[in-house]
Design a protein around this ligand. Structure first.
Ligand SMILES: C[S@@+](CC[C@H](N)C(=O)[O-])C[C@H]1O[C@@H](n2cnc3c(N)ncnc32)[C@H](O)[C@@H]1O
Length: 465
């Protein structure tokens, strides 16, 4: 096979972890953008890579029966919702298969028990938090370019084009977050244009409007955090005031100024412009107060399914000690506290630990202690001696998984059970493989937190041999 070569009537047999259709031609593998399993296509090789090829779809002969029409008009360009063109039941099968592939190929497990994935009842408007960016570098459609006309308006507020940090899709309607998310974003865009507020220029790193965080909650509270790329002035204050008047349902408006090169707001201090300092989420018997920088699972309804799975896997009893590692705002520990003797949480973000403490206080829970710091630095035999040996270890790390020294500490401390929650089945499988010298893999429960996207959440149970 070589670049430019055409292949006809090829069936797409699989979907890669990155969402491309997989075609097997002769003995080679080609990844095809915008193709899904079951499509019958003509394709052209566009690039040779190490051990595989990239190809483009040049003609569709027969569409797969797994296809559906993507509901979003931005589908295909926007970096979110990459598999919205696949029926939901097939999305779920794909995710189950990804978990199986990781556990067998990376984790080295022979035939791991994987419970049927817990699908989401709502596949649209399921996120409680979105971050939109502003830019002077709008993604132009093929028609706009082909028209040859002078393009006056290049401002955009929305999401990045897949793989392009500098280009933004100007979002008109996003199906990920409930009201008033779309109205708020569109109002700010229109207000900014009418009042000549500048949009952020990603090349010159200048411009007043830089990012917009919108948080909604199951208790119908709404928190806005407006990020300005330049020092705040009267125009910016007027925008916040207009937002407050236009949307009385907004319960908190924050702003912050970010003039740094990077977009991270975690080292910056949000200022409360109006309303309450927190919004509140409810999870069965507990309430969770969230500030503008607090981490919280972004699909509140599925988060409860995830935590219920943890509770079932734990089969907790009142004399047990549980460690909740990578505890965020403490929500898992708070949820389980009434069923066990004691919970110890470890979390690196100080503000999150502060929120966790506050949540412990408002829920009147007295058997949890939260530590602020990195798990790899804090977890040790000495730590376990001081805080009590854990019967159950819950780990919920970010995508890169668990640090090697954490695996060593776990192998020394030897809790009876490990419940490993992961948003990246590949790193989870790698870590499970490292633990299998002392632990037996029992089962996994995938949970779909993010319909229409390639993201997969998986809970695995391990028991000490
Ligand atoms: C996937 S979130 C889990 C949060 C929480 N368990 C929940 O259910 O909401 C991962 C958390 O790990 C924290 N984190 C990342 N690296 C860490 C480290 N090395 N040590 C401790 N916490 C860390 C992040 O700040 C984040 O809150």
């Amino acid at each position: 096979m070589k670049k430019g070569e055409l292949f006809q009537d090829i069936e797409i047999t699989d979907l890669s972890a990155k969402g491309k259709g997989v075609a097997r031609i002769k003995k080679a593998v080609a990844f095809v953008e915008n193709a899904i399993p079951g499509d019958l296509v003509d394709l052209q090789i566009i690039k040779q890579r190490k051990g595989y090829f990239d190809a483009k779809l040049v003609k569709m002969h027969q569409e797969s029966d797994k296809r559906q029409k993507a509901v979003c008009s931005h589908f295909g360009i926007c970096g979110g919702c990459r598999i919205q063109n696949m029926k939901y039941k097939n999305q779920l099968k794909f995710k189950e298969q990804q978990v199986l592939n990781s556990l067998t190929r990376i984790g080295g497990l022979e035939s791991p028990e994987i419970l049927p994935i817990l699908g989401s009842e709502t596949t649209e408007y399921y996120r409680n938090k979105l971050e939109f960016s502003f830019s002077t570098s709008r993604w132009l459609s093929q028609e706009e370019i082909a028209s040859g006309k002078q393009i006056e308006n290049r401002q955009a507020v929305g999401f990045h084009v897949a793989g392009r940090y500098d280009k933004l899709v100007d979002i008109e309607h996003c199906y990920l977050q409930d009201k008033p998310s779309n109205d708020v974003r569109n109002f700010i865009r229109q207000y900014a244009r009418n009042n000549k507020l500048s949009f952020f220029n990603p090349y010159h790193m200048k411009g007043m409007l830089r990012a917009l965080f919108i948080r909604t909650s199951t208790s119908n509270e709404v928190m806005i955090n407006m990020v300005f790329g330049e020092n705040i002035n009267d125009q910016a204050i007027d925008l916040l005031a207009a937002l407050k008047t236009e949307f009385p349902e907004i319960s908190s408006i924050y702003y912050l100024v970010n003039t740094k090169k990077n977009d991270s707001i975690y080292d910056l201090k949000p200022v409360l412009f109006s309303g309450n300092a927190y919004i509140t989420e409810h999870m069965e018997h507990i309430q969770i107060k969230l500030g503008p920088k607090s981490f919280y699972q972004t699909n509140s309804i599925q988060a409860l399914e995830l935590y219920k799975t943890v509770r079932q896997f734990g089969e907790l009893n009142p004399d047990e000690i549980v460690y909740d590692l990578y505890s965020g705002v403490g929500s898992i520990g708070l949820y389980l506290a009434k069923d066990v003797k004691k919970i110890i949480g470890i979390e690196t973000v100080e503000e999150a630990v502060h929120d966790a403490e506050e949540n412990r206080r408002i829920n009147n829970i007295n058997n949890i202690t939260f530590y602020s710091g990195q798990v790899e630095k804090l977890l040790s035999m000495d730590f376990a001696n001081e805080n009590g040996d854990p019967d159950i270890l819950i780990i919920d790390p970010p995508r890169p998984g668990v640090h090697k020294t954490v695996i060593q500490s776990i192998l020394e401390i030897k809790p009876k059970k490990i419940i490993y929650i992961s948003c990246n089945p590949a790193t989870q499988a790698r870590d499970i493989e490292l633990l299998t010298s002392s632990y037996q893999f029992i089962k996994s429960q995938p949970v779909d937190m993010f319909p229409h996207t390639l993201h997969i959440e998986n809970v695995s149970l391990l028991e000490l041999k």
